[in-house]
Design a protein around this ligand. Structure first.
Ligand code: ASP
Ligand code: MG
Length: 416
């Protein structure tokens, strides 16, 4: 017997029929003798509609009231699933974030989970064999008692936090794909599903563009060592043997992964913009005068490339920002022009960042060099490069995204 968290995303609970399907997935695990806490998202499309209503009511709305509105989507699914479970003869009870409670910071709209009390859930597993159905995405700020939400995609993070609190053996993430792939299968049809991926690699994949799970959920899983299993919710519950391993991807500690590839996956993002500042004074304090104002404006700078100047007087500096912050970033730099002192600004939004990820890179040399060669052979120009211990990222023209991803996918032996 084990203890499980089962998390279902919006498409998996999109209508009553699918909620009944979810209930049968839960029943299968309960019948196999497991203690189960389910975490649910809002029905597909619901959160978007609620967000839109807030904007319509007033574009400059109070973030506390935004949370009061958007948290309601998960309240509905938690109740509906509890009803569907009861209809199958299963003892089930729904829980809102404030009822457990799931305590969070007071950053309304993207609050961080501080503490989850799982005691009552565990007591009810023991005493009543009761399934807990927890509303994802929401919590409560303890001091003010106000409802908070965790940012879009936040019910993944709720699930991992609940799993840590009740010391679950595993957190199953049921979604509309059957696992984590070496890259997006829509771009590379020969992409393979990974059996296992380490927390660190998954964190990079998610941060760098793979949209499987909320980034914070993986950070939290890594800190608390919560093993997560990404699997499809569309398989028929009756076809799954609860005692065997179904198709899916386990996100776990690297120690659990025996056969380590050098490269595990390739992520990409087209939501990037490049800004180059020309003829910047090459003297101490210049980088601070550029990136200080950007930080104050809450703009996340990603890649930074500075050229070593030939004459010791001026240099060029290139960096990337999220495409959504592009205009603001340019304005911010222009405003600080006097303080920075530069010749001109070049920028581009038709760029993409391709990232190659693998913990095997720690112990293998030349991994990036072979990518440069393969891309050069296809006439793909690299605008900027950054590296870290387990990944490197390349900025290229967006038009070459698919070609670059496919080229690197075969180069590193990831094609199936
Ligand atoms: N319903 C919320 C959203 O759409 C949370 C989630 O689905 O994870 O962002
Ligand atoms: Mg989601």
């Amino acid at each position: 017997m084990g203890r499980l968290v089962m998390k279902f995303g919006g498409t998996s609970v999109a209508d009553i029929e699918r909620i009944r399907n979810v209930a049968r997935h839960v029943k299968r695990e309960v019948d196999a003798g497991h203690e189960v806490a389910v975490v649910v998202s809002a029905m597909a499309g619901t959160t978007n509609r609620l967000v839109e209503w807030c904007r319509e009511a007033s574009p400059m709305h109070d973030a506390r009231e935004y949370d009061a509105v958007v948290a309601s989507g998960e309240q509905v699914t938690a109740g509906l699933l509890a009803i569907a479970l009861q209809a199958l003869g299963i003892n089930a009870r729904s829980w809102q974030g404030w009822q457990l409670p799931i305590k969070t910071s007071d950053v309304h709209g993207s609050a961080r989970i501080l503490d989850v009390n799982g005691e009552e859930l565990v007591r009810r597993f023991r005493e009543r064999k009761e399934v807990a159905v927890v509303a994802g995405f929401q919590g409560i700020h303890a001091e003010t008692g106000r409802i908070t939400t965790l940012g879009r995609g936040g019910s993944d993070t709720s699930a991992v936090a609940v799993a840590a609190a009740i010391q679950a053996d595993r957190c199953d993430i049921y979604t509309d794909v059957d696992g984590v792939y070496t890259t997006d299968p829509r771009v590379v049809p020969r992409a393979r599903r990974l059996d296992k991926i380490s927390f660190e690699e998954m964190l990079e994949m998610a941060s760098l563009g793979a949209k499987v799970m909320q980034v914070r959920s993986i950070e939290l899983g890594m800190v608390h060592q919560v093993r997560m299993f990404v699997r499809s919710s569309f398989d028929k519950p009756e076809d799954i043997d609860p005692h065997s391993t179904p198709p899916g991807t386990l996100i776990c500690d690297e120690a659990e992964i025996m056969e380590q590839q050098v490269v595990t996956g390739i992520a990409f993002s087209k939501d990037e913009a490049q800004i180059s500042i020309r003829h910047v004074q090459d003297k101490p304090g210049v980088a601070a005068s550029i990136f200080g104002p950007l930080a104050e404006a809450n703009i996340n700078v990603d890649m930074i490339v500075q050229v070593v100047s030939a004459d010791g007087a001026t240099t060029d500096l290139t960096f990337t920002v999220p495409a959504a912050d592009y205009d603001r970033a340019k304005e911010t730099i222009a405003k600080a022009r006097e303080r920075i002192g530069y010749g001109g600004l070049d920028s581009a939004t038709d760029v993409a960042k391709i990232s190659v990820i693998g913990i095997g890179m720690r112990s293998h040399a030349g991994v990036a060099a072979s990518a440069f060669k393969a891309l050069a052979e296809r006439g793909i120009n690299i605008r900027a490069i950054t590296t870290s211990e387990i990944k490197f990222s390349l900025l290229i023209d967006a038009a070459f995204t698919e070609l670059a991803v496919r080229t690197l996918h075969s180069l590193y032996g990831l094609d199936k």
